[in-house]
Design a protein around this ligand. Structure first.
Ligand SMILES: *Cc1c(COP(=O)(O)O)cnc(C)c1O
Length: 395
């Protein structure tokens, strides 16, 4: 394992100048992807790097995932995929979420595959392909029961018919078919098998219509970790590549052979001794019991720390797990450290790797009533990202 002590990380990208930072271990991302590749055997892995790689940083995370054995990258928005191309990433890319007027021509010219849920998109993409002078590569996106994106019910028949016609016209090549689970994090729940049955039936229908689809993909992280029957030709893990568990009720990252890649660290700005009975931070929602020491951490909700973490989320200082005291403010928060000998400049960890004795993103999620996905993704761009691990040196 790479040494990711913060002294290695500080300033490595020349950008870690603020009092707080997101430290990303790219070796962890590469190792997590390798672990997922081993798990799915011959099935290819598409690493999902949408939303700035779940807050970990788009391009470095994408490169680390490719280094770990992913052969595809996936984003929600076309702009995210274009950013990867602009950075020189030449791996197969898939983007699946857009609205009318999206930059389809740029996508086709940049060789970005597109998920397609409706005939209107096929029309715009075919027109873009005509302008680009090359066929667009598309994946039919089927709603097999999530009732979110994807063609549903009679819309599936319309989409298949339109895709067959457009493919015959030479403007698109239908290379894939995809769907997304509603409840993959509840292994054995009947809708899971139901969605797979529907997915397989629609695939057969599309093949009968002459589409010649080669790539079937359905599995997210939870399915990769709990449901080998959903692997098909390609899997699309997101959260697991960042070393977090999509099924915390079933196992920790460590249980699945994963290591969290993100740590959030902040330097202590101020230390002071205050008396018992003193209210702390806005609204005085925390009151000291006896005389104690409090530290000020210059990180707040403007940095992505949920205000809901007030008085509940953990912070570690000097290896000790403490709790936020009082309200999280826009730029700062306070922690009652008792008699700990903390000094200005000491580094506090909000969350990181339990294997290093740090609080976890999952604990933050539990404390604030959300999921670890949201905790890592919401860390704001005000926090500079610093990269460590062998993969960082080749950025
Ligand atoms: C976000 C997303 C994924 C990855 O989901 P995880 O639960 O993070 O593994 C896969 N497929 C689609 C369509 C997605 O939107």
């Amino acid at each position: 394992m790479a040494d990711v002590s913060s002294s290695d990380l500080h300033g490595q990208d020349g950008n870690a100048s603020g009092p707080a930072r997101v430290l990303v271990d790219l070796d962890a991302i590469a190792a997590n992807v390798s672990a997922l590749c081993r798990r799915v055997g011959d099935t290819a892995v598409l690493a999902v790097v949408k939303a700035d790689a779940y807050g970990h940083g788009l391009v470095p995370s994408a490169r680390a995932a490719l280094g770990g054995g992913a052969t595809w990258l996936g984003t929600a928005q076309i702009g995210e995929a274009l950013a990867l191309r602009a950075a020189g990433v030449d791996a197969p890319l898939l983007a699946w979420l857009y609205a009318p007027g999206a930059p389809f021509r740029q996508a086709v010219e940049a060789d970005i595959d597109l998920g397609v849920s409706a005939p209107w998109a096929l029309v715009e993409i075919a027109e873009a392909a005509a302008h680009a002078g090359r066929p667009a590569r598309i994946h039919l996106k089927i709603d097999t029961g999530l009732a979110r994106n994807g063609a549903f019910g009679a819309g599936v028949d319309e989409l298949i018919e339109a895709a067959a016609r457009t493919q015959d016209g030479g403007r698109v090549r239908v290379v894939g078919i995809m769907s997304h689970f509603a409840r993959a994090d509840e292994p054995g729940e009947p809708s899971i098998r139901g969605q797979q049955d529907r997915f397989e039936a629609v695939y057969e229908q599309a093949q009968r219509a002459g589409l010649g689809i080669q790539i079937r993909h359905l599995a997210n992280s939870a399915a990769v970790l709990t449901n080998p029957s959903a692997s098909y030709d390609l899997v699309r893990p997101g959260l697991a590549i960042y070393g977090l568990s999509p099924v915390p009720q079933l196992g920790t990252p460590e249980d699945f052979g994963l290591r969290p890649a993100m740590r959030v660290a902040v330097d202590v700005a101020l230390v002071k001794d205050i008396p018992g009975g003193q209210g702390v931070s806005y609204g005085h929602t925390y009151t000291t019991v006896g005389a104690t020491r409090v530290v000020l951490l210059p990180i707040g909700y403007a940095d992505g720390v949920p205000r809901g973490a007030s008085n509940c989320a953990p912070v570690s200082l000097d290896g000790r797990h403490l709790r936020i005291s009082g309200r999280v403010c826009m730029d700062q928060l306070v922690v009652d450290v008792g008699d700990l000998p903390v000094r200005p400049g000491d580094e506090a960890i909000l969350f990181g790797d339990a294997g290093r004795g740090e609080p976890t993103a999952q604990e933050w999620a539990d404390a604030t009533g959300t999921i670890s996905y949201e905790i890592v993704t919401r860390m704001s761009s005000r926090l500079p990202r610093s990269y460590a691990g062998a993969a960082a040196w080749s950025l």
